[in-house]
Design a protein around this ligand. Structure first.
Ligand code: GDD
Ligand code: MG
Length: 359
């Protein structure tokens, strides 16, 4: 089966991390998000993937020059200018000559254990042209809200309503099965949004269905959720394609080959390939990327330190993300969903609170 993965967005909510790498290429516990998505698709029988690219396409083509991700064949459809979600799907489907049957579409920023095979089965049994996977969330206002009748026929598709106007907490999980006929509804020469234009059109025609599931699901598009997805994987949430690679396990602490851990730890900790956390440092619920260094008396709590970053003596990182090759100098503090961009320097003793700090 063919899948189109939408990976052309700018990832604005994860800036400055996405200034250098597009969101789906960011590592989730050391493995690019897109590779985790492809693994999950392959588990459910997808054998051909088209990446719908727009923003920074070279990051993908350079990372997977062989045209495969973990053994699954991938091809690239690079939009000349952003075509929005439906435009991107049509462009990618056309690029591989998709004309009949159905295909899977996935937003490139989700981490999930949804049972795609069930969704495909449901789609075949329904009379619809398209089927959306739904997931329950606490606050539906950040998502596409999808009320259905008891047969799963969609009654309305409401993209990002105000919180008190959402008729249900079941939202679009960014995973669809679309018949080839849906492509005919999408103009090929302009931006078209599947959420704001095509789904509402299919609702009017009574041809849109949806199926809810309470399987693990998270959209990683905000700093808080980007962090959460990684901690959930360390905690062993059941998520397809979310295995972690390690050479040694000490309770809830995972060490990749060459990692040196002298620091005190609490909770779930992952130490990447060749990383080091020195004696006197304290690590709690965190990912230390490959080659990253944590100096004595530094404290890292509920945070992700990306590959090659350095956390100096006495620095504190709490609920935050430090980008690759960044340096947090001695006694600086980085807290409260701060993002430090790749290669940025946080000067000694500087305090960052809910900040975006880049080179
Ligand atoms: N190729 C291409 N071209 N991809 C795009 C474009 C484009 O012009 N615009 C957005 N994308 C990709 C993004 O890279 C991302 O993978 C996906 O489309 C969805 O964009 P997001 O920016 O992550 O959207 P969202 O999270 O606010 O909302 C969407 O996802 C929610 C679930 O995760 C919507 O589909 C919501 O309805 C849904 O609930
Ligand atoms: Mg998203």
């Amino acid at each position: 089966m063919l899948a189109v993965v939408l990976v052309g967005g700018e990832g604005t909510r994860l800036r400055p991390l996405t200034n250098h790498l597009p969101k789906p290429m960011l590592p989730i516990v050391e493995k690019p998000m897109i590779a985790r998505i492809v693994d999950w698709l392959a588990t459910h029988g997808v054998d051909e993937v088209v990446l719908a690219l727009g923003y920074k396409p070279d990051a993908f083509t350079d990372a997977f020059p062989e045209g495969t991700v973990d053994g699954v064949k991938i091809s690239y459809a690079i939009e000349p200018s952003p075509l929005d979600t439906a435009g991107a799907i049509r462009y990618a489907a056309d690029s591989v000559g998709f004309r009949s049957g159905s295909l899977v579409v996935v937003n490139g920023d989700i981490v999930t254990d949804l049972n795609l095979a069930d969704l495909i089965h449901f789609h075949k049994e329904s009379e619809g042209l398209a089927t959306i996977a739904l997931t329950p969330v606490d606050d539906p206002s950040a998502y596409g809200v999808v009320p259905t009748d008891s047969f799963g026929r969609v009654q309305a598709f409401i993209e990002k309503p105000e919180r008190d106007k959402a008729p249900t907490n079941l939202v679009n999980a960014g995973t669809y099965i679309l018949d080839a006929d849906v492509m005919k509804l999408i103009d090929s020469d302009r931006r078209v949004s599947i959420e704001r234009e095509i789904f509402p059109l299919l609702v009017e025609r009574g041809e849109l269905f949806a199926m809810a599931s309470d399987a693990y699901w998270l959209d990683t598009g905000t700093p808080e959720r980007f962090l959460q997805a990684q901690l959930d994987i360390l905690r062993g949430e059941r998520i397809y394609g979310a295995d972690i690679e390690y050479a040694e396990r000490r309770g809830d602490v995972f060490l990749a080959p060459g990692a040196e851990l002298e620091a005190e730890t609490k909770g779930h900790v992952y130490m990447g390939f060749g990383s080091k956390a020195s004696s006197g440092a304290y690590l709690k619920d965190c990912v230390i990327g490959s080659g990253a260094k944590v100096a004595p008396w530094a404290k890292i709590i509920r945070s992700v330190i990306m590959p090659g970053a350095t956390i100096a003596d006495g620095a504190v990182i709490e609920n935050s993300i430090v980008g690759s090759d960044a340096v947090v100098e001695a006694s600086a503090s980085v807290r409260n969903t701060t993002i430090v961009g790749a290669e940025a320097i946080v000067p000694a003793k500087m305090s960052l609170d809910c900040a975006r700090h880049s080179l």
